[in-house]
Ligand binder design. Structure first.
Ligand SMILES: *Cc1c(COP(=O)(O)O)cnc(C)c1O
Length: 365
């Protein structure tokens, strides 16, 4: 009897997948400040918290399965058709479902070299291969992506802005990418950080979704204060929405999350405040840290990628920040940027702490 008759064996390739590495957290009860997962430093919208609490007494009832309340709020605030929206248990849920629907054995998905580390996992989990495409200046390169397309290509995963680099493609560049793709290739625009973008030539992707049959936009509430609630959503052409709805979990978004998401969506003042706060401190930390020794990649997100002269400097900076209770994200193993650290935009105190420590380190090294 061969070995694989002795116990259940996962599908080919599953055990070759390296698990996702989340940002580190402090020990429970520690006073460490977490700048490793791009969470909101201003918490969640108070209206979302209130909505979440409002159903605590009726946890015995199944939620409405299509997240109608949430889809209607999203449609209203973002000017979309609620029938073209699908909600998920975080956007990871939806990204997995997209991979499962459109990728299979022998297919290829493309992503830029320093793209989001979930894409290789979900691509391989669907039996397909992931192709990493070179970037230019830590930014997705449209020409290189188009040149990498083969007969086997089925999906392009594009986080815009990208995590962990914070760089973005303009509306014109995304359109140029789309225009160069065969109509049977799905362009997945992951706009996880859309709330934070200030660049005037950026668009979130929903216009292109409305015009094309092969584009979807995926969004999340995680970076705007609701990471714990696990809420994501996507908008796509009807045929994609139909396919995703056939395989998603029938109650994939829990009721407290649906209500919190709807309230957060309508609390546009809170979202605006987060954006303003973030832009102020993103600018500040970028200016403060940029020096002969440190390069801060220009970011449109709620974090910055900070590049040191080499991996040793990055490791020393990581350890020193950690000792002082500031937890940032290493991007060596999971992203192939060993000389970098990704630092979320946090409170004023956290930002001043990071800058003070890194400036002092640069002087002694
Ligand atoms: C954080 C993030 C997500 C996922 O978020 P969820 O918490 O699963 O909604 C998706 N894409 C990118 C690029 C991210 O950085």
């Amino acid at each position: 009897m061969s070995d694989d008759r002795l116990r259940p064996v996962p599908q080919p390739g599953i055990l070759d997948i390296a698990p996702y590495v989340p940002g580190k957290s402090g020990a429970p009860g520690s006073k460490s400040i977490k700048l490793s997962s791009n969470e909101s430093p201003l918490g969640a919208s108070p209206k979302a918290i209130e909505a979440f609490r409002s159903v605590a007494d009726h946890l015995e009832i199944y939620p409405e399965g299509s997240s109608k309340i949430l889809r209607e709020a999203l449609a209203e605030v973002h000017g979309l058709d609620a029938a073209r929206i699908v909600c998920g248990n975080g956007s990871d849920d939806l990204l997995h479902l997209i991979a499962q629907c459109y990728l299979g054995d022998g297919d290829e998905a493309l992503m830029n070299q320093y793209g989001f580390s979930v894409y290789p996992i979900i691509t391989r989990a669907a039996g397909a291969s992931i192709v990493l495409v070179d970037e230019t200046d830590y930014t997705a390169d449209v020409d290189a992506l188009l040149a990498a397309v083969t007969d086997k290509t089925k999906i392009i995963w594009l986080a815009n802005p990208n995590n962990p680099t914070g760089t973005y493609l303009s509306d014109a560049e995304v359109r140029r990418l789309h225009a160069g793709l065969r109509p049977d290739i799905l362009l997945v625009i992951d706009s996880a950080y859309a709330e934070y973008v200030t660049a005037a030539d950026y668009t979130v992707g929903s216009d292109l979704v409305a015009e094309a049959e092969n584009v979807v936009m995926v969004r999340t509430f995680s970076k705007m204060g609701l990471a714990a609630a696990r809420i994501g959503w996507m908008v796509g052409p009807p045929h994609v929405v139909d396919a995703i709805n056939r395989i998603r979990g029938p109650f994939n978004v829990n009721l407290p999350a649906q209500l919190a998401g709807a309230a957060a969506t309508r609390d546009v003042e809170f979202t605006a405040r987060l954006k303003e706060f973030n832009a102020e401190w993103r600018d500040w930390i970028t200016t403060e840290l940029t020096s002969n020794h440190i390069y801060v990649v220009p970011s449109q997100a709620n974090f910055v990628l900070v590049l040191f002269p080499d991996a040793e400097h990055a490791a020393l900076a990581f350890e020193t920040l950690m000792e002082r209770g500031l937890i940032v994200r290493e991007v060596g193993k999971s992203y192939g940027i060993p000389h970098g650290l990704r630092i979320s935009i946090g409170s004023e105190q956290a930002m001043r702490g990071v800058v003070g420590i890194l400036k002092a380190l640069v002087q002694i090294s």
